[in-house]
Design a protein around this ligand. Structure first.
Ligand SMILES: [Zn+2]
Ligand SMILES: [Zn+2]
Length: 139
């Protein structure tokens, strides 16, 4: 089935593909304006919703509630440091196999999945350890 996309949806999708990173709706709005392809923020949200349900765009919600959008083409996962925010990209998808198993067992069409790992990066955990060794109480 060929999906008919509006011009706004096309522009957003092209933008997401060219950015190659996850961005917020606000970022998309600003970026489109910079490219002289302005559209209203409401249109951005509406288009993202349609793209999302069509499986073309994926959403990742941050701890602060902000939604980040990216085009669905990269099955990629990250280790995120809770302290400095460093994001380390994993080279392989640990659950790739699981996805096809679930599609079979549940008769469910999976567009994408999210999988994130949180903790402290090497640098921060080293700093954290030396802080603990310090006897001065803080906070
Ligand atoms: Zn860190
Ligand atoms: Zn994956």
């Amino acid at each position: 089935m060929k999906v008919q996309r509006t011009r706004s949806q096309d522009r957003i999708l092209n933008l997401l593909k060219s950015l190659n990173r996850a961005v917020s709706a606000q970022d998309i709005y600003v970026e489109l304006r910079n490219r002289e392809q302005s559209m209203g923020l409401a249109t951005v949200y509406r288009s993202l919703e349609v793209l999302k349900l069509g499986g073309a765009v994926q959403v990742r919600t941050l701890a602060n509630g902000e939604s980040l959008y990216s085009s669905v083409q990269r099955d990629q996962h990250h280790l995120t440091c809770l302290n400095c925010g460093a994001s380390i990209t994993l080279n392989e998808c640990p659950v790739h196999q699981l996805e096809s198993q679930l599609e079979d067992s549940h008769q469910f069409r999976i567009y994408y999945h999210t999988l994130e790992f949180f903790g402290l990066c090497d640098r921060c955990s080293t700093a954290h350890d030396s802080e603990k060794a310090d006897s001065t109480p803080h906070l």
